[in-house]
Design a protein around this ligand. Structure first.
Ligand code: GTP
Length: 716
């Protein structure tokens, strides 16, 4: 049983390899990438544009708030000026008059938390605050703003300070009081809480632009995170030293912007450079107004300066929160892109499935191209376009192949019948295997009809080496467009060998893979007979030695090998009184003697020496690489061997002797006849010297004596 995981893995692999799945997957990826990229780029552009709009909007807001702040300062100063004009100048020592004056400053008192009238020395003449009108004995001449009003007769606004009495951050306005002669005789001071609605607090809590005030007694914003009403934008007012004057978080007031990292970065980004001192009057411009650069990554910063106070209004908006919609949209876009891609991929999968149905049918039909499958023209899908063209081409090819197979089968049938009856061995091999064999071929090799079909061709060769060597020769012959013919030793099924004549011809010379036709016949007897005939033609039938004709051919072949450094000699042997043996013991005894002599001759020389019977009782031996002295020694050995022959025939001891003539074969000797003539003469000399002896002919005598031709004794 197939395990489920294996089934799932196999199905996954099939799907992975499927063209449909690949196209669908590719489409999903392309569509997802396209949708996501397009949406991402659009969002990024929209985000950048929105950030720019926010910056510009916040810059305008900052400028508007700075303008409001400036107007408020001017209005407060104007109110203080108005009050200063009605100060009872000539009655500074009249406590009741001064108290009455203060008591009547209801409107001014609603604008300022404290009102203080000081004389030329800075001594407080009368003061008014939430507790009423008082005459405290204090001197304010140490305050720079009071000092400037008294000494230089100008209206001033102090830097924020922690008030001595109220113990909270306050601003002090001072205007000079002049006598009729325009001399400064004192100053009227207005103290204002930074938290006053008439100055700052409503600006940073979203009430910017609203007129009116609470007389400097506006509520302080509660501690904790605070934002511009309904938004994430913080409005912060900072003086030229970086001291926070107004902040949505009341705890930050009078602290340095450096205490809040984000605020510090925003403030630095405004690049505001202190341009005036604390004692400088309002109205001087400060640098850095407008859009801030460079802007920190996490905030959008806009700023505007309040020239009257050398303050700066900062609008700080957290980038991430302001543009959170875009960040959320990115995730949505990714999800939508994926969804669209998956949906499109599904549709494409269905579509390609529908498109590829003919292809699947074609695949099934192609799988059925096996014996026993549908008829060549049946089962093909009907389709147009490329698939239709493919179907058409395949159907044509299958029909043609089917026709070709039928033709081949018919031809093979005829061939089989021919091979069955052919009286010669015929075989067809391809790729070194038998594909067709005639009955005779099998019979030659001891196999039943057809048994060699499918077997390797090497099976019938007696030697594996012969078979391998044959391959190269066959290839050479076929390459030259020759028929290949050779004799080779084959092995039958029973292990017996025979010599066969093998003829081979390729079916197509230009295509070796098309196969080869072989003809085989057993030539064992034929070749043996031929060898027999060839041997008989060159050998003496009685003794088995080379005959005269073969001797002459061989010596003629050897003569060129004779050189001064490779001397040679010839021994001419003639039996002594052989005729008497024939005559007394009979011809058969004479034949036996001749055979014994041949054996003695062969046994006296090296195996490869040329030993021949020239005829009758005449023999000749050629010794190669043998000088005359050595030849003389061999001749003596031969003589002794012949002389030692002896056997009893019809009660009679038969023995024989031999006369030997030894001659050197001079280098350059042209003919066999010369050699035989000289050797014969030497043998004749041995006969003359009494027989059963060796006559060695000196080399210098040989040439002289060899010149005239004379008949050999054997010819007589
Ligand atoms: N048995 C036998 N005799 C042969 C054969 N061929 C030649 N003869 C005989 O060999 C003899 C050769 O004799 P010769 O060489 O003439 O005379 P010889 O008796 O040997 O005398 P010398 O040579 O002078 O010693 C002849 O009688 C031939 O008939 C052969 O094949 N068999």
């Amino acid at each position: 049983m197939t395990r489920p995981w294996y089934r799932w893995t196999a199905m996954g692999r099939r799907w992975g390899a499927s063209l449909k799945a690949r196209i669908a997957l590719a489409c999903v990826l392309i569509i997802a990438a396209s949708v996501f990229t397009a949406a991402w780029l659009a969002l990024a552009k929209a985000r950048a544009q929105t950030a720019q709009i926010l910056r510009e909007s916040e810059a305008a807001n900052a400028q508007r708030l700075a303008a409001i702040l400036g107007q408020r300062v001017l209005r407060l100063q104007a109110a203080l000026h108005s009050a200063a004009k009605v100060v009872p100048v000539g009655r500074f020592d009249d406590t009741a008059a001064l108290a009455a004056y203060m008591d009547q400053r209801q409107v001014t008192a609603t604008l300022f938390a404290t009102l203080t009238l000081v004389d030329r020395r800075g001594e407080v003449l009368v003061a008014r605050d939430e507790s009423g009108v008082r005459h405290p004995r204090i001197n304010l001449a140490d305050r720079p703003s009071v000092r400037a009003a008294l000494d230089r007769g100008v209206s001033t606004v102090s830097d924020p300070v922690i008030a001595r009495v109220a113990a909270e951050p306050m601003l002090f306005f001072a205007v000079p009081i002049r006598a009729d002669d325009r001399q400064v005789v004192g100053a009227l001071n207005g103290g204002l809480r930074l938290s006053s609605r008439d100055l700052l607090i409503d600006l940073v809590t979203g009430g910017g632009g609203a007129g009116g005030g609470d007389g400097g007694r506006g509520p302080t914003r509660p501690a904790g995170p605070s934002v511009d009403a309904g938004s994430f934008v913080d409005t912060v007012v900072v003086d030229r030293f970086g001291t926070v004057l107004a902040h949505p978080d009341a705890r930050m007031v009078m602290r340095s912007v450096r205490d809040d990292a984000r605020l510090a970065r925003a403030w630095r980004a405004t690049a505001l450079v202190p341009a005036v001192s604390a004692s400088t009057g309002a109205g001087q411009a400060a640098a850095g107004e407008g859009l801030a650069r460079p802007e920190p990554e996490d905030v959008i910063v806009a700023s505007a300066s309040v020239p009257e106070l050398q303050w700066q209004v900062l609008r700080v908006a957290p980038t991430q929160q302001m543009l959170a919609g875009f960040d959320a949209a990115r995730t949505e876009v990714a999800a939508i892109a994926l969804g669209v891609a998956v949906l499109a991929g599904g549709l494409i999968l269905l579509w390609t499935g529908w498109l590829m149905r003919p292809l699947e049918q074609l695949e099934r039909r192609a799988r059925a191209l096996v014996p026993g499958g549908p008829a060549p023209g049946e089962g093909w899908p009907s389709a147009g376009g490329e698939i239709g063209a493919l179907v058409h081409a395949l159907r044509e090819a299958v029909q043609q192949r089917s026709q070709a197979e039928a033709d081949t089968a018919s031809l093979l049938g005829k061939m089989q019948s021919m091979l069955h009856t052919a009286p010669i061995g015929i075989a067809f091999t391809r790729s070194r295997n038998f594909e067709l064999v005639s009955d005779e071929f099998c019979a030659l090799l001891g196999y039943g009809p057809g048994e060699l079909v499918g077997e390797p061709a090497s099976l019938i060769y007696a030697s594996r080496d012969d078979y391998v060597a044959l391959g190269g020769r066959v290839a050479d012959a076929f390459a030259q467009q020759f028929e290949f013919v050779t004799d080779c030793e084959f092995v039958r099924r029973d292990g017996s060998h025979f010599v066969g004549e093998l003829r081979g011809r390729p079916v197509k010379h230009q295509d070796p893979t098309a196969g080869t036709i072989w003809l085989l016949r057993d030539v064992t007897a034929e070749r043996a007979e031929h060898r027999e005939l060839a041997w008989s033609a060159s050998h003496d039938a009685l003794t088995g030695l080379a005959n005269r004709r073969h001797f002459e051919v061989e010596l003629q072949r050897l003569l060129p090998q004779v050189r001064p450094d490779a001397p040679a000699a010839a021994l001419f042997i003639d039996l002594d009184h052989f005729k008497a043996i024939n005559d007394t013991a009979g011809h058969a005894a004479g034949d036996r003697v001749l055979r014994e002599v041949a054996t003695a001759l062969v046994g006296s020389v090296r195996r490869d020496e040329l030993v021949a019977r020239l005829g009758g009782d005449e023999f000749v031996i050629v010794l190669l690489h043998c000088d005359l002295a050595a030849a003389a020694r061999v001749a003596e050995k031969v003589r002794a061997a012949v002389h030692s022959i002896g056997f009893v025939h019809d009660g009679q001891l038969l023995a024989v002797g031999a006369s030997l003539g030894v001659v050197p074969i001079p280098p350059g000797t042209a003919t066999v006849a010369n050699v035989l003539q000289m050797a014969d003469l030497a043998c004749y000399a041995a006969k003359s010297e009494g027989r059963n002896c060796v006559h060695v002919q000196a080399a210098e005598q040989v040439a002289v004596q060899a010149l005239p031709a004379s008949p050999t004794p054997g010819d007589a």
